[in-house]
Design a binder for this molecule. Structure first.
Ligand code: 0T9
Length: 375
């Protein structure tokens, strides 16, 4: 492929070959330098709030239907960042840095007139193999909390990587109204040419404790509208409470309701999360932990990047050995693992969730103090 530097063509081909015979945790496979991203997966939960005004607006909905609609609008508006932003910033999808157990990422959106309230982000890598990332996003002033975790099961099919997302998120408004959010399946195409990109497929749901249910269907080129990144969503009220609302469009651009009313629009700039300067971060905070590796990748010095990565990996192995020898276990800092999430079990019934139960990482309530940068 053209996107692959001539000197890395051989290693890209063998990487693809080993992937076809591999199922499980792709994150631990060694990939050629041109496809490496300098950003760790622990940063990805920030995509949930890069339009903090849409998040804040959820709390302003006057009726149950208004709020369910605002949740759907915010959710759809996050997809562009979640699934196309590496293509925009780095030219293609890239392989993120594989987080270490206990890696942390803290951030903040300071708020503005358009997006009232300070929104804080707290992320912890709660498993290394397979990678599992737990996160919590809160806008206290608006009474909004999003808690979730993210893991993936990957397989290879017809030249593409198919990623089933494992994990879910729960959004609460005012501590009582709850929304269970499930995540779409994704396909990574364009691998052969060395320019991978994501297409979303199948269906995801947002089920509310008020009985409202959003069903979101994803299609790529050649379906509904024939365009990539197409979706159709239906927001259905509980029985006897009015008519469903249908929305259709391109999740990375905009959409309209079936009545022609504009629904979401992500053509305007987003707001990236603010994090502390690296010198002020704790050793396990993502950007500090990976700084030497990231610098190597960014500057094209892959020898240094790989050496620094090996240092981190060896240190991790040593830690695990020490724990095993001492008979101790790594303690999570901000979350407690529970085997089944009662919110998932209850609200999952609205769309016959499969599996009917899922585990969860409960927040321990110990958020660090976040310094809000001066405007
Ligand atoms: C949760 C998101 C997730 C994480 C990434 C599949 C993937 C790791 C998981 C699902 C976020 O909310 C949304 C976006 C992108 C997803 C990543 C894309 C990707 O390629 C990686 C996997 C593990 C790879 O790195 C595959 C190998 C690589 C060479 C292809 C570019």
């Amino acid at each position: 492929g053209e996107a692959v530097p001539a000197s890395q063509r051989g290693s890209w081909t063998s990487f693809l070959k080993s992937m076809t015979s591999f199922s499980g945790d792709l994150s631990s496979m060694t990939a050629p330098p041109f496809i490496l991203s300098p950003v760790s997966l622990t940063e990805f939960p920030a995509y949930w709030c890069e339009r903090p005004e849409l998040f804040a607006a959820i709390a302003d909905g006057k009726t149950e239907e208004d709020r369910a609609q605002a949740v759907l609008r915010w959710f759809i508006s996050t997809l562009k960042g979640q699934y196309t932003s590496r293509n925009e910033s780095m030219g293609s999808e890239k392989k993120p840095l594989n987080p270490v157990l206990g890696e942390l990422f803290y951030g903040v959106w300071p708020g503005s007139k358009a997006s009232p309230g300070v929104t804080t982000l707290l992320v912890e890598q709660v498993s290394h193999h397979p990678p599992i990332t737990a996160y919590r996003i809160e806008n206290k002033e608006k009474g909004l909390v999003l808690t979730g975790h993210s893991a993936q099961r990957t397989s290879f099919s017809a030249g593409s990587i198919v990623v089933r997302q494992v994990g879910h998120a729960v959004l609460t408004i005012g501590g009582s109204e709850e929304y269970l959010i499930t995540l779409p399946r994704l396909r990574i195409d364009g691998l052969w040419y060395g320019s991978p990109y994501i297409e979303l497929c199948e269906t995801s749901y947002i089920a509310a404790s008020t009985g409202y249910l959003s069903t979101i269907e994803y299609k790529g080129k050649g379906y509904f509208s024939g365009k990539s990144h197409s979706f159709k969503a239906t927001l259905a009220p509980p029985s006897g409470k009015g008519q469903p609302t249908a929305v259709e469009g391109l999740w990375h651009v905009s959409s309209k309701t079936s009545k022609g009313v504009p629904f979401h629009d992500v053509t305007t700039p987003k707001e990236e999360v603010t994090v502390a300067d690296i010198q002020e971060q704790e050793p396990f905070e993502s950007r500090r932990l990976w700084s030497a590796v990231a610098k190597g990748i960014r500057s094209g010095d892959f020898e240094t990047a790989s050496k620094e990565k090996t240092i981190i990996e060896n240190e991790q192995r040593q830690r695990r050995r020490d724990e095993a020898a001492a008979g101790t276990k790594w303690e999570l800092k901000h979350f407690k693992h529970i085997d089944s999430d009662p919110v998932y079990e209850r609200l999952g019934k609205l769309f016959k969730a499969n599996p009917p139960t899922e585990d969860f990482y409960e927040f321990l309530g110990n958020a660090p103090e976040i310094k809000v940068p001066a405007a």
